[in-house]
Ligand binder design. Structure first.
Ligand code: SF4
Ligand code: SF4
Length: 448
């Protein structure tokens, strides 16, 4: 099976990388000026923006944020702390891009502004050392990441977690610390070393795919990606998992470290193109969105044909199975009511909305119950949910109210960040829903 990328406006660049500075911006990665000019200030995006719903502030909505960036580009405004704050307060949920008739990408404009912020307001020595350690030492090395989880697994296994939670020790620290600890599910061993280099197709073979195993998936949700690989093999695909694959670069883009993101992108590009695969598939919406942006972030730094070929192959797993057609002959019944939360990086960043629902509906016995505002952010957004913990709780409560109204037994989603946030919220609110990845629901229907 060969997959072909459909043309679309989704991936138009929202930034320029040039040795010349743009207006009052400093470093070479600056938001694209033409993109800013396309905002006609119509306001269609305003009702879709979670930070506008929270604050009612013009500067905290997409139109206001684009106006701030434009004022900096036109030298009417310095890159002030206020601009910096808005760049980081934006969830980068991209709901505004879906709503915008002009295709303005306010979220991505803000994402690029974050890389500017370090040129204007460099972190102190400690902050810089921590940032460098996480972004440039840990996240670039799957082996180091895996080793770093050993103390956390011991903390859980030896009963220290139970003690810390019951003594309420973390209430003495900052909010984010208690939340981060509370979000962690029981950890298993990482999946990457356990997965075979190739899992053979079952039944009639339909193709060969490269599986991109995300960092959070291997470390925190190994049981989810195990199901994904199993389902893909059951569907007739040889599944190759290149073990050397590194982080997709999404955390670096989110934190404004575009240089490391480029290095990771170049590495993954070469690695996957060296494999003879029909498609590059992931079950992490955040990774999928980043992989689909390699063409943009590597423009001028990698061979164009290679970039286009790579882009033409990347698929979210639900998108891939939707195109391939799901074999349903031997699926078992799963008698459950399910509601679906759309990850922003799937529905807004990749335009994938119907496919996960179709997969759920194809499972015999599943009753899909739509929630209101299914594509409204859950308030996770990488580290946003920790940095703005109170605001994140408000966004999450709105989501959980909509989940509860469906009365569904399972809350399905398709991104590890949403999964962590929703499971934490469900647990904290005393709700009964089981939070599962779409592939876990499908996996329950696939016979051994
Ligand atoms: S970003 Fe788009 S939807 Fe929002 S005000 Fe500008 S043109 Fe209108
Ligand atoms: S990306 Fe999300 S939070 Fe940011 S401006 Fe757009 S709608 Fe608002």
């Amino acid at each position: 099976m060969r997959v072909i990328q459909k043309p679309g406006s989704m991936w138009r660049k929202a930034f320029v990388s040039s040795p010349e500075t743009l207006g009052n911006f400093k470093s070479k990665d600056a938001p694209g000026y033409k993109d800013m000019l396309q905002c006609m200030r119509c306001g269609f995006c305003l009702p879709t923006c979670p930070t506008y719903a929270l604050t009612g502030r013009e500067r905290s909505n997409p139109r206001g944020r684009v106006a701030l960036a434009r004022a900096v580009a036109e030298k009417k405004l310095e890159f002030t702390r206020g601009v910096r704050e808005e760049a980081f307060f934006c969830l980068d949920c991209r709901a505004c891009t879906t709503a915008c008739p002009s295709g303005v990408k306010a979220g991505e404009i803000m994402e690029v502004c974050r890389s500017q912020s370090h040129a204007f307001y460099p972190p102190g020595a400690m902050g810089n050392a921590f940032r460098t350690f996480i972004l440039e030492k840990m996240l670039v090395s799957p082996e180091r990441l895996e080793k770093s989880m050993i103390p956390t697994r011991l903390y859980q296994r030896l009963g220290l977690q139970w003690l810390v939670r019951h003594l309420g020790v973390l209430k003495l620290g900052p909010d984010w610390m208690e939340k981060a600890e509370g979000m962690l599910p029981p950890l298993e061993k990482p999946l990457r070393p356990q997965l075979p280099e190739m899992l053979s197709a079952r039944g009639e073979k339909r193709g060969r795919i490269g599986f991109f195993l995300g960092c959070v998936m291997t470390l925190i949700y190994p049981h989810v990606s195990r199901q994904t690989v199993r389902v893909l093999a059951h569907q007739g695909f040889d599944v190759i998992t290149p073990k050397a694959a590194k982080c997709c670069g999404a955390p670096h883009l989110s934190e404004g470290d575009r240089q490391t993101a480029r290095e990771l992108a170049l590495f993954n590009l070469e690695l996957f193109l060296a494999e003879d695969v029909d498609a590059i598939v992931t079950d992490c919406a955040g990774c999928g969105a980043a992989l689909k942006e390699y063409e943009e972030i590597l423009e001028g730094q990698a061979d164009r044909e290679k970039l286009a070929l790579f882009r033409s192959k990347v698929r979210d797993v639900s998108e891939f199975l939707g195109e391939a057609g799901l074999r349903t002959e031997d699926l078992r019944e799963v008698r459950k009511t399910v509601t679906y939360h759309e990850p922003c990086h799937l529905c807004h960043a990749q335009g994938i909305s119907a496919q996960p629902r179709e997969l759920l509906k194809a499972v015999p016995g599943v009753e899909l119950r739509e929630m209101s505002e299914a594509s409204w952010c859950c308030g996770s957004a990488a580290t946003w949910g920790l940095k703005f913990s109170e605001e994140s709780r408000q966004v999450l409560d709105r989501k959980l109210g909509n989940v509860q109204s469906t009365g569904a037994e399972i809350l399905a989603t398709a991104n590890p960040g949403c999964h962590l946030q929703l499971a934490w919220g469900v647990n904290r609110s005393g709700m009964s829903q089981e939070v599962l990845h779409v592939m876990e629901v499908l996996g329950q229907a696939v016979p051994d």
